[in-house]
Design a binder for this molecule. Structure first.
Ligand SMILES: Cc1cc2nc3c(=O)[nH]c(=O)nc-3n(C[C@H](O)[C@H](O)[C@H](O)COP(=O)(O)OP(=O)(O)OC[C@H]3O[C@@H](n4cnc5c(N)ncnc54)[C@H](O)[C@@H]3O)c2cc1C
Length: 497
């Protein structure tokens, strides 16, 4: 059974499968929204789209909002269960940090709310992906205050002698220096064979305060008063999604703009050095199509514990990166070409992003990082661990426990989900993890640990190999480890190259 709410899954796994025998439980018309200003909350059913939710909140008040995604046609069911975020993330955290109740139908057909489902299951469906655990009917959102005037801007800079420094400086200030009321997104792309940087801002305050913050922390951008537009929060939702200001009804349109697309994600922990940026810009000109977006963290995101919700990417991140390629050409040849361009940029970024594991965001679903064939419970667990630790890091184990408890026979399954089962013996595990060189900087290459075999319940064999740029791989060490906590343990090896 596939569960679909808004149908915006980047890999389409809410309505597609390699398996011929499946059906879709379509929640799209299950979409009521009840706003209570007195209670500062909203009950939303899974099929409601974000645009409708924002519209209904703004109908009642212009000083409340909700910190969720910027695309109005995204559905509540997938977005909230996957830990959706938006441009108030630095002030209020993720959507799921502001969800206080939910209703779910479990595998036994019981209708449960937060109290009756218990804290573990509630925790799991607020960021761990709903489709592994049951059918989410609705969520209760806690409204957050927004000022009656917010300020936005979108400024673009094309490649010149200051371009590299501008992007470098952005990485230094976006998460750590700018106030949490300001979300400054950077998108790099290529136009007419030239690198371009687009800075898109949402500021919970007026233009005067914004200019002052920008002049203090990011004068390199050269922001002018004329770049800034003051408006209400609901108008900023329109602005961010490129709808004309003053057309809030557009948020009620439930038909998405269709094109072919591929998305991938990464986490940036340290600024990409200027030399690295120069190489990246050249690579992007070579590839042309893929765009790279930096969504800054810091602020509230850095204050919330990584285990508070299944979404683990909190303190220590400069930004979540999104690789995005869109195309309109039909056919397999075009599809392969654009997919490969996106993957090439992702591979190129390897030295600059998170490792051990290379982390990813569940809502930016990416089947490249692992697929579950659901052959049997045991192999499903190991296949699930490959991508599960990238999405959830140490929270993966708790998700597996919840899954084991609430759906032991794995009724709710798809191409990427958690399976609760413990290993017996034998069999290959196709997991990979990145290992940091002992002395950073001494060696810019990446080490790869391949988890080769699960030997027993608490033991595994690993092979360490070194992959050189250019594709050459050399095996360095093989070892067995007698201690295993799923795939979340970081093993340490010493060897000489
Ligand atoms: C144009 C676009 C813009 C986006 N912008 C953002 C953004 O700003 N921020 C962000 O965080 N993400 C963003 N996303 C990603 C989006 O949040 C995820 O794709 C999300 O899962 C989509 O939810 P959906 O209900 O529309 O998708 P669906 O395809 O319906 O569902 C996605 C997943 O959730 C499961 N699911 C859906 N409904 C239920 C339910 N009721 N119960 C249990 N499981 C369910 C599905 O089975 C599937 O696995 C964007 C995606 C697109 C296409």
């Amino acid at each position: 059974m596939k569960i679909r709410s808004g149908g915006h899954d980047y890999e389409g796994i809410s309505y597609w499968s390699d398996t011929p025998n499946f059906f879709v439980l379509d929640m799209f018309n299950f979409r009521s929204i009840n706003v209570s200003i007195e209670d500062e909350s909203v009950w939303v059913q899974s099929g409601a789209i974000l645009g409708e939710i924002y519209y209904k909140i703004a109908e009642k008040s212009n000083t409340y909002g909700f910190p969720a995604g910027v695309c109005p046609t995204v559905g509540a069911g997938g977005h909230f269960s996957g830990g959706g975020y938006g441009n108030m993330m630095r002030k209020y955290g993720l959507s799921v940090d502001n969800i206080v109740d939910a209703q779910i139908i479990d595998v036994n057909g019981r209708l449960l709310d937060r109290k009756s489902m218990g804290e573990d299951l509630f925790w799991a469906i607020t960021g761990g992906g709903g489709a592994s655990f049951g059918v989410v009917l609705s969520y209760k959102l806690k409204l957050v205050p927004v000022p009656s005037i917010v300020t936005v801007f979108r400024v673009r800079r094309t490649f010149d002698e200051n371009f590299t420094n501008l992007v470098y400086r952005y990485q230094q200030i976006a998460a750590e220096k700018l106030p949490e009321e300001l979300f400054l997104r950077l998108t790099l792309d290529v136009v007419n064979n030239t690198n371009r940087a687009t800075f898109l801002a949402m500021f919970l305050g007026n233009a005067h305060e914004l200019i002052s913050e920008m002049n203090t922390n990011f004068p390199e951008l050269g922001l002018n008063q004329t770049d800034c537009i003051e408006m209400s929060w609901i108008q900023s939702v329109l602005y961010w999604t490129n709808f004309p200001i003053g057309t809030p009804n557009a948020l009620l349109n439930r038909v998405p703009q269709v094109s072919y697309l591929k998305r991938k994600s990464d986490y940036l922990k340290r600024p990409i050095p200027t030399h690295g940026l120069e190489l990246l810009f050249k690579k992007m000109v070579e590839l042309q199509a893929p765009m790279l977006t930096f969504n800054p963290y810091g602020g509230k995101m850095a204050e919330i514990s990584p285990s508070e919700k299944p979404f683990p990417h909190r303190a220590g991140n400069i930004a979540k990166l999104q690789y995005a390629t869109n195309w309109n050409e039909n056919g397999e040849e075009a599809e392969n070409r654009y997919l490969n361009l996106t993957r090439e940029l992702y591979n190129y970024m390897t030295p600059f992003v998170s490792m051990a594991p290379r982390q990813a965001f569940l809502n930016y679903r990416d089947l490249d990082i692992g697929v579950n064939r659901n052959v049997d419970l045991r192999s499903s667990y190991f296949e699930g661990a490959v991508y599960g630790v990238k999405y959830f890091k140490n929270n993966f184990n708790r998700l597996v426990k919840v899954k084991t408890k609430v759906d032991p026979n794995n009724f709710f399954r798809n191409e990427q989900k958690k399976v609760g089962v413990v290993a017996s013996r034998g069999g290959d595990v196709r997991a990979e993890a990145m290992v940091v060189p002992a002395q950073r900087g001494a060696c810019q290459r990446r080490f790869t640990v391949v988890v080769r075999r699960m030997l027993m319940r608490c033991s595994l064999a690993v092979r360490v190999s070194l992959t050189f740029y250019g594709g050459f791989r050399r095996n360095l060490a093989e070892a067995e480890d007698g201690w295993l906590a799923a795939s979340s343990k970081i093993l340490t090896f010493q060897f000489q190259i």
